[in-house]
Design a protein around this ligand. Structure first.
Ligand SMILES: O=C([O-])C(=O)C[C@H](O)[C@@H](O)C(=O)[O-]
Ligand SMILES: [Mg+2]
Length: 426
């Protein structure tokens, strides 16, 4: 073992990051979202960065893992994944992730969602120590920039009791088109995904039609997070037909996805029914999905993202990339791995434009809708300790409920009788 690459300290810093009132089928984003920043320090003085979900159940698992990493090498990434982490089963039994937005919860998925941040931090530390970018550690980049799509949301102008944010409201087709224009002017995006499942399908169909008219020929996606029945999904697929690059999780579960897929020519994408390696066999065998949205956070890191892409290639299934609220460390990690995936033929999702706050000295910029693949050592991003301390202070002084994402609870602040919707909603 090279002594310089031995882990001497692991720092875990939970933060709360400001988030606009973005609507989805479960409710609305809270004013702040929890994230966890992981720093892995080596004997040689390199510090690697990673980022993942910061909700309590992830923190509970990250703390013992941090202790066990000390004394190991940052090159021993396979060993990291073989560490036996005890997951409190009561945390996951029958549970779903983020109200179901990321599929079914399992002990292994929870474990992988924590390990992924440590994997990224170890790769960043290795890269910094060796003078190599993370993409080189993953086998080398195949492209110099990675394309992202504009992630459009129905949204309120403000969180209840707050002033309007810089984006304003988007609650109808005109609002959605105005938001798409603003995002595309600011960041140069040329493909668009609308988060649906918020309003009746006819209204969301009208919004997609308005986007198609405003941006002729641009790739468009609609994602109602499984809020529709099979007949509704087929009707929308029929109405939007050729306008869509893909329809994302129109219905819940592999059975319903397979039924829709068998009866439409519109490709179906998912980040809900295929979220673990164990779900692949049935879904691919039944041709239930044509595109899988990878996400290094819950698939278990950057190397597993490459493995997932290889399985997709073997089955002729496309690859895209899913996103939750995240900061620049994760955007840098997504970009490094995306650069190495040969069969990534769709623009990746990213919430980053919605995050006005970050913990980096410099934000990761989008240019023409792309992020340049950094060739600097590691991930190519640096921590701003003051910003980290500020966002951590917010976490440390926050009300307990804010430390765990709950879109339904956030909705009840504005709509007192809001209940977690029973699916399918339409
Ligand atoms: O289905 C998806 O693409 C997501 O789950 C992305 C995000 O979770 C999004 O829906 C959100 O945060 O409201
Ligand atoms: Mg989705």
């Amino acid at each position: 073992m090279i002594p310089e690459l031995t882990v001497t300290e692991v720092r875990l810093t939970p933060v709360l990051v400001a988030d606009p009132p973005l609507l989805n089928t479960q409710g609305v984003h809270q004013p702040y979202t929890p994230r966890l920043i992981v720093e892995v320090v080596t004997a040689g003085g390199a510090t690697g960065l990673g980022e993942t979900y910061g909700d309590t159940k992830y923190l509970e698992l990250a703390r013992p893992l941090a202790d066990r990493l000390v004394g190991r090498s940052v090159t021993d990434v396979n060993g990291l994944f073989s560490l036996d982490l005890a997951v409190d089963e009561s945390r996951v039994r029958g549970a779903v992730d983020a109200g179901g937005l990321r599929g079914v919860q399992s002990a292994d998925k929870l474990r992988l969602s924590v390990l992924s941040a440590f994997e990224v931090a170890c790769l960043d530390a290795q890269g910094r120590a060796l003078g190599l970018p993370v993409h080189a550690l993953l086998g080398g980049k195949l492209r110099d920039s990675v394309e992202y799509s504009a992630y459009l949301f129905y949204k309120w102008a403000a969180h209840p009791g707050s002033d309007a944010d810089e984006w304003g409201a988007a609650l109808d087709p005109d609002g959605v088109v105005a938001q798409a224009r603003a995002l595309s002017e600011r960041h140069g995006f040329s493909s668009f995904k609308l988060k649906g499942g918020v309003f009746a399908p006819e209204e969301e169909v009208a919004a997609v039609r308005a986007l198609a008219e405003a941006f002729p020929g641009r790739p468009l996606r609609l994602d109602p997070n499984g809020a529709w029945s099979v007949p509704t999904a087929l009707k929308v697929a029929d109405e939007l037909g050729g306008l869509l690059e893909y329809l994302e999780d129109p219905v819940l579960g592999t059975d319903a996805m397979a039924e829709v897929a068998a009866r439409t020519g519109v490709p179906l994408a998912t980040n809900m029914c295929v979220t673990t390696f164990g779900e692949i066999k049935e879904a691919f065998g039944r041709d239930a999905v044509q595109v899988v949205l990878s996400d290094h956070h819950y698939w278990g890191g950057l190397r597993n993202t490459g493995h997932l892409a290889a399985v997709c290639a073997a089955f002729g299934v496309g690859v895209s990339m899913h996103s939750n609220t995240h900061l620049g460390i994760s955007l840098a990690a997504m970009t490094q791995v995306a650069a190495t995936v040969p069969n990534l033929h769709h623009a990746c999702d990213s919430h980053y434009p919605w995050q006005a706050e970050d913990v980096l000295t410099e934000r990761v910029p989008f240019t023409g809708g792309h992020v340049t693949v950094s060739d600097r050592p590691g991930l190519g991003v640096d921590l701003d300790r003051d910003a980290l301390a500020r966002l951590h202070h917010r976490w440390a002084t926050a009300d307990g409920p804010l430390r765990d994402r709950d879109d339904s609870a956030a909705m009840r602040v504005a709509v007192a009788d809001w209940r977690t919707p029973v699916m399918p909603r339409w």
